[in-house]
Ligand binder design. Structure first.
Ligand code: PLP
Length: 402
């Protein structure tokens, strides 16, 4: 049996989601058709939307269904930008945290390069936390702000952001706030009423891949990114994936019902994992915030192992039957340290020596034991394999303070 410790990448489909999807797969109609078959599909779609809305405490018309988290983030970032600048072209500033997922980071960069957005990158502290006071200070500076975007919880180190305080600062300045809630929803309590828009994804909480939603207040000035049949409040045209959405609604409901029991269970399993790693590798360093559900996602463990290459650790653990992640990206064939760890001020070599291990609904003590059982030999072999090398370009950038 393999041990799966990569639930932040995707978590297994829940039985209730599979059942709901199988049931809906036999529905023939297109939810936009007017005949009886179409109306049956439409009823399933609207029931799923109502269930998602009720579970998240929003109204059904605030649920814009998408093909996943990346699409929801793009719709929010670019849609709010175009909506807000159409209202007032002077709104050129975009405030974004440095630790966003690429689904937000890349659209923000794109707006800077192609639309003349003036991007203000919000710093994080050594634990990966945005300072709500910095957000308030930036909002008070001259220059009108089109939107602010800060994720609820980080996908690499699990750090939870002070969203309530950031939402209060944005409300005070009357500027829309987009929050990427893809990792937070289903892991910690999420108040969907706080941000203007909230991106969520089904496959991170036991639903199918390729389904998600942008929860968008009716007043959110969202421009459409896809044009066509005018579905989803005219901002996201395209035939609805009724079976996928039915699976999403079922998974979300069960996940939220189970959250009060599951989150502390995963947090204590994660702490056992970290305790075991500390005993086996006393020089290992835990990255990100420690503490309760308001500080760190309960299933997240992120650790640097000095002297080891993260990719080597991943491959050796894979060969030993344990699935984990490094979180680092490859640029031109050279693995680069993660932008999240660099923003936290972590040394690039140490950043490249890191592993992300994430637990989820199907995790058990046996998964933790499998990792801890394999780790001593994996560490020894990875240390022998050698030290991390960093590309000359990155070394120069770090030297120059870039
Ligand atoms: N945002 C965060 C924080 C994520 O972790 C991910 C997926 O890893 C996404 C967005 C993208 O979601 P999806 O895989 O549904 O496109």
């Amino acid at each position: 049996m393999r041990a799966y410790l990569d639930h932040a990448a995707t978590t297994p489909l829940l039985a209730c989601a599979r059942e709901a999807m199988l049931d809906a797969l036999d529905t023939t109609g297109n939810a936009s058709s007017l005949h009886t078959a179409g109306r049956v599909a439409r009823r399933r779609l609207e029931e799923a939307r109502e269930s998602i809305a009720a579970d998240l405490g929003v109204t059904p018309s605030e649920v814009v269904l998408t093909a996943g988290g990346t699409e929801a983030d793009n719709l929010a970032v670019k849609g709010l930008w175009w909506g807000r600048t159409a209202e007032r072209p002077q709104r050129r500033r975009v405030l974004a945290s440095r630790v966003e997922h690429h689904a937000v980071l890349d659209p923000v960069h794109w707006l800077g390069e192609h639309e003349g957005a003036e991007v203000v990158w919000l710093d994080v502290d050594a634990l990966g936390r945005v300072d709500a006071e910095q957000v308030a200070a930036e909002l008070a500076r001259p220059g009108e702000v089109a939107l602010v975007t800060v994720m609820w919880a980080n996908n690499e180190v699990g750090t939870v952001q002070p969203i309530e305080a950031i939402a209060a600062a944005c409300a005070q300045a009357d500027v829309p706030l987009h929050v990427d809630g893809v990792q937070a929803l289903g892991s910690i309590p999420v108040d969907a009423g706080l941000p203007t828009t909230l991106a969520v994804s089904a496959h991170k909480l036991g639903g199918p891949m390729g389904v998600g939603a942008l929860l968008a207040r009716r007043s959110a000035p969202l421009a459409a990114l896809t044009h066509g049949g005018g579905q989803e409040r005219q901002v996201r045209s395209g035939t609805a994936d009724v079976p996928g959405i039915a699976g999403f609604a079922a998974a979300l409901h069960e996940t939220l019902v189970d959250l009060p029991e599951r989150s502390p269970r995963l947090a204590s399993l994660r702490d056992e994992l970290l305790g075991g790693i500390a005993a086996l590798a006393p020089d290992a360093i835990v990255n990100g915030a420690l503490g309760g559900l308001d500080a760190r996602l309960p299933g997240n463990a992120h650790v640097s192992f000095p002297g080891c290459e993260g990719d080597a650790l991943l491959m050796l653990l894979d060969a030993a039957g344990v699935d984990v992640s490094t979180g680092s990206a490859c640029t031109a064939g050279v693995p680069e340290p993660s932008h999240v760890l660099l923003a936290m001020g972590i040394d690039p070599i140490l950043a490249r020596s890191s592993l992300r291990m994430t637990l989820g609904h199907s995790s058990t003590r046996a998964d933790v034991d499998a990792l801890l059982g394999a780790l001593p030999e994996v560490l020894e072999r990875a240390r022998r394999a050698g030290q991390v090398r960093v590309s000359p370009r990155l070394a120069a950038a770090v030297r120059d303070g870039g």
